[in-house]
Design a protein around this ligand. Structure first.
Ligand SMILES: NC(=O)c1ccc[n+]([C@@H]2O[C@H](COP(=O)([O-])OP(=O)(O)OC[C@H]3O[C@@H](n4cnc5c(N)ncnc54)[C@H](O)[C@@H]3O)[C@@H](O)[C@H]2O)c1
Length: 315
């Protein structure tokens, strides 16, 4: 019987500690993630809409096999109607028979697997004693970052910077209500200098974090940029840091890496490796307390599938 989980139910079954562990196993195990499909849907008298299909399935050698597709609709014309411009649904199938098992809230899957992936990377890359977290952005993804990080590091203080100060203030109130010691950071340079971990989930198209501001031992986590034109950090950050990515696609899709590579400032060899290589211990994470580390993620269908399986198992 097809199980259905709305946003609240999907969220309830994606506890960050369990999700981080499941992602660690999932990245180590691997799965098949084909190229995502991108269809344009023409509209009269309003902007074109988009349908994105993001599939992933278990390897044939896996003991238990699943197949999943994230279906994302982007209808920019909805804004004028007061409706959400983006919706996302995850459909999970039995990987042996192709029979559908569950329909889950795709927005929740995306947001929670994204911050849990970053938290997992931070467990390999940040200093174990990281207490001060600076978050850039206060949107759907950014607002979840502190809770996910708290499961892997002893986060005692969260500062929030956003281009939209009201958004930052709302997020800080919410974090304080959840037991964090949180405050709005208006001085980005001071915030960067003071942080142990900096995590950015914004729509920025020009660099926010400057490498010259980074203190020794800082871990930088860039979540927001997913096109060659988006930037959250300048090239000095990339140059000073030991760099890791969620998947090799990050090198081609993310402006934060693609631009310094295109300008010849770094070669692709500057990237130390992927989360899968960290999870399988093929490569090492942080090697000393003074190292500056950087994790750049563009998102993976593997993480969606891992999260969907976790929800399905507890429905
Ligand atoms: N890496 C991944 O796996 C992954 C997954 C999901 C989302 N994302 C990306 O993360 C970003 C944030 O997603 P979201 O759903 O939280 O979006 P959102 O719209 O809810 O939040 C966007 C945030 O960015 C800020 N912002 C907007 N323009 C900015 C600018 N020019 N400079 C600085 N800040 C700016 C906004 O004030 C807001 O705080 C998007 O780019 C999204 O595509 C990445």
């Amino acid at each position: 019987m097809l199980k259905i989980a709305d946003a609240a139910t999907t969220s309830r079954h994606l506890d960050y500690s369990r999700l981080v562990e499941a992602l660690d196993r999932g990245f180590a195990q691997g799965c098949v993630v084909p190229v995502r499909h991108h269809h344009t849907i023409e509209k009269d008298n309003q902007p074109d809409a988009t349908l994105l299909l993001m599939p992933a399935w278990s390897k044939s050698s896996d003991e238990v096999r699943f197949l999943g597709v994230k279906l994302v609709t982007v209808f920019p014309g909805n804004m004028a109607k007061g409706l959400a411009g983006l919706t996302s649904t995850y459909v999970l199938y039995d990987g042996d028979t192709g029979l559908p098992l569950a329909m889950l809230d795709g927005n929740v899957i995306t947001a929670r697997r994204t911050v849990a992936t970053s938290a997992l990377a931070a467990r390999y890359l940040s200093r174990k004693d990281s207490r001060k977290l600076l978050v850039l952005g206060s949107g759907r993804v950014a607002s979840l970052i502190p809770e996910a990080y708290r499961t892997v590091r002893p986060i005692a203080e969260v500062s929030v910077w956003d281009i939209n100060p009201e958004g930052a203030a709302r997020m800080v109130t919410d974090l304080n209500n959840k037991g964090f010691l949180a405050f709005v950071e208006n001085d980005l340079e001071a915030g960067v200098r003071n942080a142990d971990i900096i995590s950015a989930a914004t729509l920025a198209t020009s660099p926010l974090i400057q490498g010259a501001w980074l203190s020794a031992g800082t871990h930088v986590d860039l979540i927001g940029g997913f096109t060659p034109h988006m930037r959250e950090a300048d090239s000095e950050v990339v140059l000073r840091a030991t760099v890791y990515v969620d998947t090799p696609e990050s090198l081609h899709e993310a402006g934060d890496l693609r631009q310094p590579i295109a300008s010849g400032l770094i070669s692709p060899n500057h990237i130390c490796g992927t989360l899968a290589e960290l999870a399988t211990a093929a490569i090492k994470g942080r090697s000393n307390p003074n190292q500056i580390t950087l994790f750049k993620a563009v998102g993976s269908g593997l993480a969606d599938l891992v999260a969907a399986k976790l929800v399905f198992d507890s429905l």
